[in-house]
Ligand binder design. Structure first.
Ligand code: KG4
Ligand code: ZN
Length: 342
């Protein structure tokens, strides 16, 4: 039952290869979450093809928005505001969502709110953890980003560390391709690792000079490649499950160590994960165990709210809305938008 005071956000997300729309009530209640994935299409090419992504978004966006309203049982004129991802992401893909949101805002005379994609990922934690409130530390691990962040308040962030080269998800995708698993690599490595021994091969755990909280994954990626090449030269048959499990463990060890050291160092007792890689089952289990050991409360979204979706944009959009954030019709897609920038 919706009342007049309820804040209903229609949210749109199109930064990469998912066309998504959602309706979120009062920042925490997801009334609908519609996702049209292009994964099968891009699998043909071994990765996301930006031009194809943009074209597919154009085909799908109206249908997805309509479905999100229908599923929520909410009419367009009942919506309080429209939130949309305007960066970071693929510029052509972002533009489709931004243009649709601007058109709806103009036609309905409802406020428009541009949302940062990573702020969305972090905010996904508020959906199922109703008691979670800032401040806390959040590790954002997606296909394009690896950020260790202090969430000081809603929409207020301090970045403690980030990757110096590849994002965590990018490393999963590249290693998966190297061992012949194809795209998207993360879920496939996750699955295959269950059949392998994580201690079979000792891959490096990279430290970044001069920073306790930055990450680097390109050396690990090269180490996997070198291992495969040396097996090839020696005529040794590669156990792909062992490679997947050992690679995954090397990534997880570094993520857990850096993140939980930061939580203690900065004096927090709450920690959350976000982004596509946060749906990795071994990563979740490792954080579960280590957080319990270190007496840190651990939060994570369900897998459907970890990978790209619009519900998370609706949550972030709600908190921006009540803070008074409004975007003009000059809102543009910003492919390299930094967290905390507007
Ligand atoms: O957050 P997301 O959907 O999109 C970006 O904003 O980048 O993240 C996609 C990334 C991909 O690199 C994908 O391989 C990875 O998340 N991913 C996973 C898993 N599911 C998705 N990585 C490891 N294990 C998974 N189960
Ligand atoms: Zn994302």
């Amino acid at each position: 039952m919706e009342t007049k005071q309820d804040v209903l956000i229609l949210a749109i997300e199109s930064s990469c290869d998912e066309t998504a729309a959602a309706v979120v009530k009062n920042g925490r209640d997801v009334l609908s979450n519609v996702i049209s994935s292009q994964i099968e299409l891009h699998t043909l090419y071994g990765g996301v093809v930006p031009e194809i992504a943009s074209r597919k978004h154009i085909e799908k966006i109206n249908q997805v928005i309509g479905e999100s309203l229908r599923e929520a049982g909410v009419a367009l004129n009942e919506i309080t505001a429209i939130a949309v991802t305007y960066g970071p992401g693929l510029v052509g893909a972002l533009l489709v969502g931004v243009s649709a949101a601007k058109a709806i805002s103009f036609a309905t005379e409802k406020p428009l709110i541009g949302v940062h994609h990573i702020e969305g990922h972090i905010s996904a934690n508020f959906i199922e953890n109703k008691e979670l409130e800032p401040p806390f530390v959040c590790l954002v691990v997606s296909g394009g980003h690896t950020h260790l962040v202090v969430v000081k308040d809603y929409g207020e962030y301090e970045i403690l560390g980030c990757t110096r080269d590849d994002a965590a998800g990018e490393a999963f995708d590249k290693v998966a391709r190297t061992i012949g698993l194809g795209y998207p690599g993360g879920p496939k490595i996750d699955r295959l690792s269950k059949e392998g021994d994580p201690d079979a091969i000792r891959f490096p755990r990279a430290r970044v000079d001069g920073s306790d909280y930055d990450f680097s994954f390109s050396g690990l990626k090269s180490a996997v490649l070198n291992y495969l090449n040396s097996c090839g030269m020696k005529g040794i048959e590669v156990n792909r499950a062992d490679v997947a499990a050992s690679f995954q463990k090397a990534v997880i060890d570094v993520l857990v160590e850096h993140s939980l050291n930061a939580v203690k160092e900065y004096g927090f007792d709450k920690f959350a994960i976000a982004g596509g890689v946060a749906s990795n089952s071994s990563l979740r289990a490792a954080f579960e165990t280590e957080c319990a050991r270190r007496e840190i409360a651990f939060y994570h979204p369900s897998p459907v709210f970890c990978t790209d979706n619009a519900a998370m944009i609706g949550v972030a959009g709600y908190y921006e809305y009540i803070k008074g954030t409004r975007s003009g019709y000059d809102l543009n897609a910003i492919p390299n938008l930094r967290l905390g920038e507007r």
